[in-house]
Design a protein around this ligand. Structure first.
Ligand code: 5GP
Ligand code: ZN
Length: 136
């Protein structure tokens, strides 16, 4: 898609440190890493969010995520990582081309991905359960 920074990386219009590429998926280092080694894995076709990616493309994407995570862990010598996917502006998605972050973690790295915990009111958790189930 025109004006999409990740499509430009896919089309080699702008440079990126590409660690993996096949016909459907590409992965490169995040230019502003949460920790060094932070990789992004994206489908080559322009989909905006997780829900836009068809099932077969999604399974290829997630398999690539697993392989890249393994290689990243072996290259850095750690086994801890966060997999993050921001979907939608309110969730912090800045680039509107679906992407999965793989962020290597290190003891005491002080990286914060934590959130405060909310509380359900009386029976509210059951209402949430029933409402979600209606759409499945
Ligand atoms: P989001 O907030 O959309 O989940 O994350 C987008 C990520 O893309 C950010 O972590 C940002 O550093 C990264 N990013 C944005 N522009 C570029 C770029 O031109 N090259 C690379 N390698 N990463 C980018
Ligand atoms: Zn794109």
């Amino acid at each position: 898609m025109k004006d999409c920074i990740f499509c430009k990386i896919i089309n080699k219009e702008i440079p990126a440190s590409i660690v993996y590429e096949d016909s459907n998926v590409i992965s490169f280092l995040d230019i502003m890493p949460a920790n060094k080694g932070h990789c992004l894995v994206i489908p080559k076709k322009h989909y905006e969010t997780l829900l836009d990616i068809p099932g077969e493309n999604l399974s290829e994407l997630i398999k690539a995520v697993k392989n890249i995570t393994k290689a990243l862990s072996l290259s850095i010598g750690n086994g801890a990582y966060n997999m993050v996917m921001n979907n939608g502006e309110d969730a912090g998605q800045l680039v509107q081309h679906a992407h999965i972050h793989i962020i290597p973690r290190f003891k005491g790295d002080r990286l914060r991905l934590s959130w405060s915990h909310k509380k359900y009111g009386n029976k509210e958790i059951e209402e949430y359960k029933e409402n979600i189930k209606k759409f499945l």
